[in-house]
Each structure stands twice: as C-alpha cells, then as structure tokens.
Design a protein around this ligand. Structure first.
Ligand code: AMP
Ligand code: MG
Length: 428
C-alpha cells in the first residue's frame, strides 16, 4: 500500500498543463491566461465628466460661494455618447452629464447640486478646484499596461477590464473535456427499469456533476458491461478526444474486474492499493499519443466521490493551470467515531455550528462505502490520519468540504435564524 500523499504526487508528476489557445474573450470566462494581457488603448479613452453638472473655467468662478453666487450663460448640453469637440467660450458654461466629453477650454466640472440647475443661464454657488469632477484620459490604464497577468483565471472583474480595453482575444488554457465511463453488468441508466440484481448507475451522474461544478466539461457516455473487448474499444475510442478519462468500477480483486484487466500494462497505468478508507483500489496512468490522464476509480459510490476529491480534482486543476487549494476547513467532533487503523479515513459528516463559532461535525449515516442515503446528508469528509483508530468527541478534525464554504455557512445561518425565531415564539 502507498499513502494518499504518494499516490497524489505520482499523479500530479504525470499531469502536464495543456498548451494555450487563442480564444475570443467571450469564450474565455473561467479559463487561465497563459500570457500577460496588455492594453493598447488608454482608459478612460477621453477626458470626461464624473458628475452631472456644468463644464466651466475656474477663473470665471473666482471667489464665488453661497453668499456670492454668479450667473453664467449656458451654451448647450453635452450628454454621454456625444462625440465632443465643443469649445468653451470665456465667461460661458456647458451643461454636462456623467461620462460626457469635456469641452476644450474647461478645467473643472461643477456638480448640479452646487448650482440652480437651469438650462439657459445657471447660478453657481462654489468655486471648483482645478480638475474637479474630471476623469482624465489614461489615468486608469495606459497603452502598454499589463491589465491581467499570465496565470490569472478570468472572472467577471477581469472580463470587464479587458473588454473595456478593446481586447477581443486572449491566450488561455482550454477547459478539460472529461469522459466518464461507469462499468458494471449490474448497472442500468438513470430512469431505466431496475431488474433483479440490478442497480442504477449513480457514479455517472455524480461524476458528471462533480466535473461540471469544478468548471470542466463532463462527457458521460453511459455505462459499459463487464466485457474486455467492449471496455478496451470504448477507452481507446476516447483517447483521441478526451483531455481526461474517469472510469468507475472493475479495479478490485473480483473475477470480473475488467478495467484492471484491460489496462494493466498499457501506457503508464499503475494499479495499486492506497492506504485510505474508502477508496483503497486505485489506478492511474497516461495513455495514448496524447498522454491522456486516465483515472480508474473503485465502483462504490462513496469511494468514487472520495477518490474524485482527493486525486482527480487536483489533477484536473493542474491540467488547466488553475491554482486552487483543497476546500479545507476544521471542525470539532460532535461525537466520537471509529476510523480504520492503518489507513487514512474519510468519514462523511454533517456540519452544524459549534458554540465557539466554528463547525461541529457528526457522521452522516453509517460508514459503508455503498451508503448513498448518508451521502446525501453530508457536507464534508472528515479526514483522520492512518495511525488513528478513532476520532474522540470534542477533538479537532480536518475537513474536505463537499460544497463551497459560503453555501454551507448560508445554510447554517438560516438554521440559526429559524431556531432563534422558534425560541422567541416559545417565550412570547
Ligand atoms: P466494483 O468496483 O466494480 O467491484 O464495484 C463495487 C461496488 O460498487 C459494487 O457493489 C457495484 O455494484 C457498485 N458500483 C459500481 N459501479 C457503480 C455505479 N456506476 N453506480 C453505483 N454503484 C456502482
Ligand atoms: Mg464491477
């Protein structure tokens, strides 16, 4: 048996981040840049007003204040979208709106609040500072400035900045197309008739959701029978197009463990036992000319889930150049539970709020890796070390969260509010 850490290291050592491709900006959301992205234009593109008000010459309003207001003639309106080019005559003003170009000769904008707001002749009650309420061309971005660094995952803020700079294409690492293959003669697809001895393929839809939620493209091709020929052909077929392949089932010691039989000796495939519970039988390697990473996960649903979180997720992130750590947290054990001696144990737990403000964790359902009911209630996996035989009530445990933390916190806050309301009703 090798440790979880060793297996993960071996996997990551074989994962090469994909090459960059140039994509239209609109298709690059969520992808990681492979080069610095530079602006060719300046932002703002022209001097413009940051307020609704009047474009003025400061010298025309010298010594003006509330006690000594001044009337000046208004030459017209400049609205946002106006092409500009107006000239401000000495002793005159232009009414101007936010985002509109500053007329030549103006050196400040007086806010409409500091005037009477009239359109032919306006009364001014302040003397503006030099450049007041003017956004200068280039004060934000200059031509040649790096707007987004290489290695940045493009989210809404970066897209807004790049689009404003007129950037239409970026070089990014493409997302990964992940082919998911469930194996097992006992499987029927979701919604199908379940005959004697059969079960519904839950790993397929589960992996599809995990892959999609992590920001990749899942391709769930359906399930394969425990047949050497079919399995070999199907895996080969996907090596031409997949960026990664995940199989489930058929890697333990049974007589029909076909995935292991088909892939043993292929590429860099390695089938081994990892000191973890659940998820002990694992296989990984890169296959074919394109060196496609292939993860062969054990079939029990909880084993599949744990294997995805521990091995597949970090590998897929590396493939697309995303720098993300595990969704980790800590909790206090609300009760004690037994763990597997000599293996790292991943216990499904449901979280609640500890009086200290942290999380409290209690096992969700039993520990069998086939138990789907408890899985539905789980917020996280509590990880205990290979040397531990139990987790004691009140001790601190490390968590791998199965949802974004904000989502778990949101639920706990809503529960607390309900409890508080029930309390108030009870004492009223
Ligand atoms: P295996 O790894 O093929 O020996 O499967 C281990 C256990 O997981 C067996 O009880 C299988 O029926 C179950 N199993 C395998 N594949 C799936 C799947 N796609 N969905 C649900 N259960 C599965
Ligand atoms: Mg099987």
């Amino acid at each position: 048996m090798i440790t979880v850490e060793e297996h993960l290291e071996r996997i990551l050592a074989q994962i090469e981040p994909g090459a960059g491709v140039v994509l239209p900006l609109a298709q690059a959301h969520g992808l990681v840049t492979t080069t610095d992205v530079v602006s060719r234009v300046e932002l703002p593109r022209f001097d413009n007003s940051s307020m609704d008000g009047y474009a003025v010459r400061r010298e025309d309003l010298r010594d003006v204040d509330a006690e000594h207001p001044r009337l000046l003639p208004v030459d017209g309106d400049i609205a946002a979208g106006d092409p500009g080019g107006q000239q401000l005559q000495p002793g005159h003003v232009w009414r101007i709106m936010t985002g509109a170009p500053i007329p030549a000769g103006a050196d400040a904008v007086v806010r409409v609040e500091d005037t009477d707001g009239h359109v032919r002749e306006a009364q001014f009650r302040v003397e503006p500072d030099e450049g007041a309420n003017i956004r200068r061309a280039g004060e934000d971005v200059r031509p040649g400035d790096v707007v987004v660094r290489a290695g940045t995952r493009l989210a809404a803020p970066q897209l807004a900045a790049l689009v404003s700079c007129g950037v239409t294409e970026v070089e990014v690492r493409p997302s990964a197309r992940v082919v998911i293959l469930s194996t097992g003669d006992e499987l029927v697809p979701a919604g199908g008739e379940v005959g004697p001895g059969q079960i519904i393929d839950s790993n397929g839809p589960m992996l599809e959701a995990l892959v999609r939620e992590a920001g990749f493209f899942p391709v769930h091709v359906g399930h394969l029978p425990d047949d050497v020929g079919v399995t070999r052909k199907e895996i080969r077929r996907h090596l031409d197009t997949a960026d990664a392949i995940i199989t489930t089932g058929g890697v333990s010691k049974g007589a029909y463990d076909v995935v292991k039989e088909v892939l043993t000796g292929e590429g860099s495939m390695d089938f081994l036992e990892v000191a973890m519970q659940p998820g002990k039988p694992q296989g990984f390697g890169v296959l074919g000319k394109r060196k496609v990473p292939v993860f062969t996960l054990p079939g029990n649903p909880v084993s599949t889930l744990v294997s995805f979180e521990v091995f597949v997720r970090p590998a897929l992130l590396k493939l697309v150049g995303r720098a993300e750590s595990h969704r980790e947290a800590k909790a206090y054990a609300l009760e004690g539970w037994r763990t597997s001696a000599d293996r790292e144990t991943y216990t499904r737990v449901r979280l609640s709020r500890d009086p200290s403000g942290g999380y409290a964790a209690a096992p969700a359902g039993g520990s069998g890796s086939h138990l789907l009911g408890g899985l539905a209630a789980a917020d996280a996996l509590a990880v205990s070390g290979a040397d531990d035989e139990e987790v004691e009530a009140g001790s601190e445990v490390r968590l791998v969260l199965l949802r974004p933390r904000a989502e778990i916190d949101g639920r706990l806050e809503a529960e607390e509010r309900l409890l508080a309301e029930a309390d108030e009703d009870g004492t009223a």
